[in-house]
Design a protein around this ligand. Structure first.
Ligand SMILES: Cc1cc2nc3c(=O)[nH]c(=O)nc-3n(C[C@H](O)[C@H](O)[C@H](O)COP(=O)(O)OP(=O)(O)OC[C@H]3O[C@@H](n4cnc5c(N)ncnc54)[C@H](O)[C@@H]3O)c2cc1C
Length: 356
């Protein structure tokens, strides 16, 4: 089968690799450099997503928990287990029992993944690990395990595997239009026909469809998430609960520094994605609320933002905010949403969807 994959983020790379492994003839088209968009702007966690448990997404969490281990087994040089602590305060956003129940469920869903189990830490033990953490009203913390990755280098590692399996990876090659019925893919100055076209253009997936005059049953809400890098080397991660919100703030090891993220802000245009001043204030304010060593604007080493496409059905409102959707339209397969961690599983599902 001749397959065109549009998008060189992690979902495109893994899809190209999955088809190439089967012996299909694969062209991947990326308008810029591989791994230069959302997939390089993540929180760099290979994780099940503890927060998804609150929404009852057990299947998704279980799949992601198992997928973490696959990445670590395949490329341990770019991914390693990380313990994260969730400090629990008297009158905090979530009760101690609720967080504890979440950790126990997370551990149950992770059975077979080879990760250590979560546990409770006293306030003294927490402060030993995070000497800068304020102690007022601190009861202790739940520790749990996920994994940290170098999203850029791990993605390029996967691209190399796709290339070795025979996929042709074309950087700086934008796809202008696709035709679901004929399988035609139009580039600047040329076009070719394919048996299957996979539109895995991340936040740009809808733009490509609009330019091609193709209507989809889904629409994407584009939500920007920003991070800042600040000084300070960490051994553990920390998950802070944001007061008055259901959101959390990651405080994560980032080489010799610390990564703080993330935010959720609507963005109309997927291009020109940068953290706003308000987002930077939000991140520093919530960090400074919990830590003694105050982070000021001039301390920020770097910042970056990425866009999460949130999938909503145009007709079925109960399908709003689905993690990912694969839509088949003739020879065209649209992939909307998805997590970095589960990109391998998503790619396998795309291959299955292409089979009839
Ligand atoms: C702030 C934030 C934090 C996140 N943190 C995590 C995390 O810690 N762990 C996790 O598992 N997931 C995380 N995610 C989710 C994860 O990053 C994404 O699900 C994943 O990177 C999406 O990959 P993608 O390949 O679909 O999209 P992208 O990486 O955006 O790739 C799409 C590619 O398509 C290309 N493209 C677009 N249009 C065209 C065209 N017409 N022709 C050719 N190429 C085109 C673009 O240039 C781009 O490179 C996070 C997301 C965000 C926004």
């Amino acid at each position: 089968m001749k397959v065109a994959v549009i998008g060189g983020g992690i979902n495109g790379v893994m899809t190209a690799w999955a088809f190439a492994r089967r012996g299909d003839s694969v062209d991947l088209f990326e308008k810029g450099r591989l791994m230069s968009a959302t997939s390089h702007s993540s929180s760099k966690m290979l994780h099940g997503g503890l927060r998804y448990l609150e929404h009852g997404h057990l299947r998704l969490v279980r799949e992601a928990l198992q997928e973490r281990s696959w990445w670590i087994r395949q490329a341990p040089e770019f991914a390693r287990p990380l313990e994260l602590l969730i400090p629990i305060y008297r009158n905090g956003e979530r009760a101690k029992w609720l967080v504890g129940a979440g950790i126990r469920l997370y551990d149950l869903l992770a059975i077979g993944s080879g990760f250590p189990r979560g546990r409770w830490y006293s306030a003294d033990e927490v402060v030993e690990r995070f000497p800068g953490l304020k102690r007022d009203e601190l009861l202790g913390a739940y520790g749990y395990w996920d994994a940290r990755m170098d999203d850029y280098r791990l993605g390029l590692w996967a691209a190399e595997r796709a290339g070795e399996s025979g996929a042709r990876l074309h950087e700086f090659t934008a796809v202008l239009k696709v035709h679901p019925a004929t399988g035609e893919v139009a580039l600047d100055g040329s076009s070719a026909r394919y048996d299957r076209i996979v539109n895995v253009a991340g936040p740009w997936a809808e733009t490509l469809l609009a330019r091609s005059g193709v209507a989809s049953a889904y629409r994407l809400d584009l939500i920007r998430g920003s991070h800042i890098v600040v000084p300070g080397k960490l051994e553990h991660g920390c998950v802070l609960q944001v007061p008055g919100e259901k959101r959390i703030l990651f405080v994560l090891p980032h080489g010799e520094n610390t990564l703080l993220g993330t935010t959720e802000v609507s963005q109309a245009d997927p291009d020109h994605c940068l953290p706003s001043d308000e987002e930077i204030d939000y991140l520093t304010t919530n960090y400074n609320r919990c830590f003694f060593e105050v982070v000021a604007r001039q301390d920020i080493i770097s910042s970056f933002a990425g866009i999460r496409p949130i999938v909503a059905s145009k007709t079925d409102f109960s399908a709003a905010s689905r993690e990912s959707v694969i839509e088949r339209q003739g020879r065209l397969i649209n992939v909307f949403g998805g997590k970095w961690t589960t990109s391998r599983a998503l790619a396998e599902a795309v291959v299955t969807k292409s089979q009839y």
